[in-house]
Design a binder for this molecule. Structure first.
Ligand code: F6R
Length: 364
């Protein structure tokens, strides 16, 4: 049932404040401001390495998690797409932790990566949306995202729930490893609790984004740039746009711009810059200046402070609410998804069932 929405994807985008809130509630003790983790067969303090594998959108949630686990838990993290990981013969010290991330829990490559990790003595933890899935059954620990059934082929709410679950795990790991104080934990939990409300605020940008889609629909290529956790989001934004609108899009770490993609920039190229006002904002602004100097058309997604500090003419600046850095990938997913959605609607594609794609990729 699409409710009063035209597509399942629209409904699922709008459900996000609620389902992210449910997902967070299974980890956050609202009263004490602490993280509650599931019963684990390993000790976070003895882990020397974390390996995270996934495919597609789930792999971008995994990449975001790398930033969080490194920062909060001070643990070395390797993230890889499952299709590469499974054939690389990765050396793994027994006793490490392998996390797999999958909405369906049936993705063939992710399942194979999980089995490889088990065979090589890793503890396994699956972040899955379908608790009865094969990946869930074969993992030592299940962390369920409570996104509910996702019908649209393009993943939206499963992604933000994966981010919410992984952020909670990273904070919990940080606390268990003594890398975070109780005070740090309280502050991060507070930030996570705020995320659903901020997502609801971000959804109010929909009309502005719908208008912006009229520009995007004329493009043949779109570049997405971001730094830090906005880098995986740039990859996700590009994937979302290409898979449902069929417009070619690429996501890059903003700092990589001058190492190649800058050659693409001219007056016809929209460049979506994801840049909350954070400690690396100025670095992203200098990349934006490089784009502006070559006539690229910038769509800046930032907050009020960022909009003021950037001082660069843009095609459009989408002003997001101010928020703690930890939750930006969760909340900035909203404008990224809406932009892809409205562009696809204008293109007249089959938004919920894009050509050539399947919801669950059970063959490699
Ligand atoms: C993109 C998308 C895919 C999936 C990928 C993994 O919108 O939905 O990239 O994320 O096929 O699927 P799961 O999470 O089911 O393993």
């Amino acid at each position: 049932d699409k409710g009063n929405h035209r597509h399942f994807m629209a409904k699922e985008i709008h459900e996000q404040p609620e389902v992210v809130s449910h997902t967070l509630a299974s980890f956050l003790d609202m009263a004490s401001g602490a993280i509650r983790l599931p019963e684990l067969p390993f000790d976070w303090r003895s882990l020397t390495r974390l390996t995270i594998t996934a495919c597609g959108t789930a792999s971008y949630a995994a990449l975001c998690a790398k930033y969080w686990f490194e920062r909060f838990a001070r643990i070395p993290v390797e993230v890889d797409v499952a299709s590469e990981f499974r054939y690389r013969e990765v050396p793994l010290e027994p006793g490490g932790l392998a996390i797999v991330v999958s909405q369906s829990g049936e993705t063939a490559d992710t399942l194979a990566a999980l089995r490889y990790c088990k065979e090589h003595g890793q503890h396994t933890l699956a972040v899955v949306n379908v608790p009865t899935s094969t990946i869930a059954r074969e993992s030592d620990v299940i962390v369920q995202t409570l996104a509910g059934p996702e019908i649209g082929v393009a993943s939206t709410k499963a992604f933000t729930c994966q981010l919410a679950a992984l952020a909670s795990l990273a904070v919990g790991a940080g606390r268990a490893r003594g890398a975070l104080s109780a005070e740090d934990e309280g502050r991060l939990v507070q930030a996570l609790i705020e995320a659903p409300r901020l997502m609801a605020t971000a959804l109010r940008l929909e009309h502005e984004i719908e208008a912006l889609a009229k520009d995007l629909v004329k493009a043949t290529d779109v570049l997405y740039l971001g730094r830090g956790t906005s880098f995986p989001l740039a990859l996700e934004g590009a994937l979302k746009l290409k898979e449902i609108s069929y417009i070619h899009a690429e996501g890059y770490a903003a700092g990589e711009l001058k190492h190649g993609p800058i050659a693409l920039i001219d007056e016809t190229l929209p460049v979506v810059v994801i840049a909350p006002f954070d400690r690396i904002f100025e670095k992203t602004v200098s990349n934006m200046q490089e784009v502006a100097a070559r006539g690229g058309r910038i769509i800046l997604i930032t907050d009020e402070q960022g909009a003021e500090a950037a001082a660069i003419p843009t095609l459009k600046t989408l002003v997001m609410p101010q928020m703690p850095a930890t939750v930006t990938p969760i909340v900035y997913s909203i404008p990224i998804q809406l932009l892809a959605y409205h562009t696809a609607v204008l293109m007249g594609t089959d938004v919920d069932q894009p050509r050539n794609l399947a919801k669950s990729v059970t063959v490699e």
